[in-house]
Design a protein. Structure first.
Length: 249
């Protein structure tokens, strides 16, 4: 996409007073949306919970650990279930999971609320942790063996992205909430910022005026450029190897 185009469609040009009046009208809807989001969060906090086996095995650097260990001594755990393709090189790994995980950086604010964040990779530890290191991520990283994945997902389809929240009470572990697909946008800030701009996300599903750029349809991909997830390029340019031990570069 060219960054110097001047012939793109654009909003009407008006005086400051007209512009401000329409911003203030939209702000009423934005505030109502915020209040509804607060109400939904309040309802989420009142959901019941279901017990899960805190001894469910996960794999980390030094071998098997229990689900309860992933809390790192905190009361709550947010686990992102990362899609993974064993045996595939880095360019073929999940671009959506790469996009969302790249944006989870500073965990101290979660920790201050007694919450641990961790990635639960749905694939082998050795391959996936090499990918984590290639991408420069520093969040806790676990592999979930197939039997453990079946236990923790409990009827939900493996191989797609999930955010699942847990509560630990003593030796007991409970699942308190889960979401998938666009619910995973809770991890994101890029889309939230793009939504504020005049052209938005520039994706074909958006309700935009005629002539607005919507590049990421059938011929483009919102998370990929030139054959690999977009955020891999900056790591390659910085000299980091994407060799996962699978025959990739």
């Amino acid at each position: 996409m060219s960054h110097d185009k001047t012939d793109l469609a654009a909003p009407a040009v008006v005086d400051r007073a007209t512009f401000q009046a329409q911003v203030e009208a939209l702000r009423v809807r934005e505030k109502a949306h915020t209040r509804e989001g607060d109400a939904i969060a309040a309802a989420r906090r009142r959901l019941p919970m279901v017990k899960v086996d805190g001894a469910t095995p996960l794999i980390r650097e030094n071998g098997p650990v229990a689900l309860s260990d992933a809390f790192e001594g905190r009361r709550m755990l947010i686990a992102y279930y990362y899609m993974w393709f064993d045996g595939h090189p880095a360019p073929e790994q999940c671009e959506g999971c790469t996009f969302f995980t790249t944006q989870v950086r500073e965990l101290s604010h979660l920790h201050s609320r007694d919450v641990t964040y961790a990635t639960f990779c749905q694939g082998s530890y050795d391959e996936s942790v090499r990918y984590r290191d290639f991408m420069g991520w520093r969040t806790p990283w676990y592999s979930v063996p197939k039997a453990s994945l079946e236990t923790l997902l409990d009827g939900r389809r493996p191989g797609i992205m999930y955010l699942i929240c847990y509560l630990r009470q003593g030796s007991n572990v409970f699942e308190t909430y889960w979401t998938t697909r666009r619910g995973v946008e809770a991890m994101d800030n890029s889309y939230r910022l793009l939504d504020l701009t005049v052209y938005g996300r520039q994706e074909d599903f958006e309700d935009s005026p005629a002539g607005w750029p919507q590049y990421w349809g059938e011929t483009n991909h919102p998370f990929r450029r030139d054959g690999r997830p977009i955020s891999q390029w900056r790591r390659l340019e910085a000299g980091h190897s994407d060799d996962l031990g699978t025959g990739g570069r």
